[in-house]
Design a protein around this ligand. Structure first.
Ligand SMILES: O=C(O)CCC(=O)C(=O)O
Length: 336
């Protein structure tokens, strides 16, 4: 890192320590998050990149009020089947691929995140497995995460060059406590973040479905002691954060909904929507899903693993996907 970059980083840290942010920067909010946002006027002048397959005005109004949208029957069965074939290939032959994978089982502590080939094969098809950024290897993953129905919506809310930030692929429910994404999945502008939850099969109630609190993107932000982002200097814990969200969402009357969508549907949620993974009540029940986080070029002009490096940009359906800075030989090793 250059001296100038080090000084800039230090100055940013000192500023955050002295004046911890308690809200998103109002100057950088996506247009739709401003209280005066005029959806009808926006839609009149918006030119979608792809033919619209849903009523955009209706979806944007719903997003404004509730912090999420569901795009029904948006994605073809074939595209999903091809992505899952790539996942199966990976799990059958993990030794052939380089992919950071996390298994939250005590037996893998203290090193629960490793290259996939370093885990016993039988554990890769079990619970608590998170495949990180498999879209780097799978070109079908890239096509799926930038599906025209998703891209149209992201371009509408951000009005900027959309970039992929990261992805997670799950075979089983995550059972993650309630959280908002922006304190963890951080770009230079915390509000430039949205996520898509793409079910790879019909979701059932006993599989630990995703849940969310409707309208909770408007909740006052939690203060980790050093502001709204979680860092290694935060004095308050993720569990305190989860308790704050669960308590406040109930107190403020934000209804808790369970996501029982079907293969082909997509949920897109706001950076501040409180959500989590429900309890798995049938241990045999899978909940195959592909969870993708997006930002803007302004907020994320680099691959998150190499902020100092110029990224190599690939474009899929108008969305930028930076090449993995360390494993370029793995990029699209599974071509579409
Ligand atoms: O799919 C899940 O259960 C959790 C995903 C999630 O919360 C996230 O990626 O932010």
């Amino acid at each position: 890192m250059s001296l100038l970059a080090k000084l800039k980083r230090k100055a940013t840290q000192v500023q955050a320590d002295l004046f911890p942010p308690t809200e998103f920067d109002p100057k950088k909010l996506p247009w739709i998050d401003h209280s005066a946002a005029d959806v009808a006027a926006f839609v009149r002048q918006f030119k979608p990149r792809f033919p619209l397959t849903y009523n955009l005005e209706e979806k944007l109004r719903f997003w404004q009020k509730n912090g999420y949208v569901i795009l029904e029957k948006a994605i073809s069965d074939e595209l999903i089947a091809r992505y899952w074939q790539d996942v199966e290939e990976l799990l059958e032959h993990p030794e052939k691929y380089k992919l950071m994978t996390r298994i939250d089982l005590p037996k893998f502590e203290p090193n629960q995140e490793r290259l996939i080939g370093e885990f016993p094969k039988e554990d890769l098809k079990g619970k608590y497995v998170k495949l990180n950024d498999f879209h780097h290897l799978s070109e079908t993953g890239k096509n799926l995460m930038t599906h025209p129905a998703i891209t149209n919506f992201l371009e509408a809310i951000f009005q900027q060059q959309v970039v992929v930030m990261q992805s997670l692929t799950f075979m089983y429910g995550s059972q993650q406590p309630t959280h908002q994404d922006f304190p963890w999945v951080t770009a230079k502008i915390a509000s430039h973040l949205a996520a898509a939850w793409i079910p790879l099969e019909d979701i059932t109630i006993d599989s630990g479905p995703l849940y969310y609190y409707v309208g909770s993107h408007k909740l006052p932000k939690f203060n980790f002691s050093n502001g709204i982002l979680f860092t290694n200097r935060s004095k308050r814990t993720p569990l305190e954060f989860a308790n704050y969200l669960d308590t406040q969402c109930v107190a403020q009357g934000y209804p808790k909904e369970t996501l029982l969508i079907k293969r082909g549907d997509v949920l897109i949620w706001h950076s501040a929507l409180a959500h989590g993974g429900g309890l798995i009540t049938n241990p045999d029940k899978t909940r195959k899903s592909f969870v993708c986080h997006y930002s803007t070029k302004e907020a994320l002009p680099f691959h998150r693993f190499k902020p100092q490096q110029e990224p190599v940009v690939q474009t899929y359906n108008g969305v930028s996907i930076y090449k993995h800075p360390d494993y370029s030989d793995q990029e699209n090793i599974l071509p579409a």
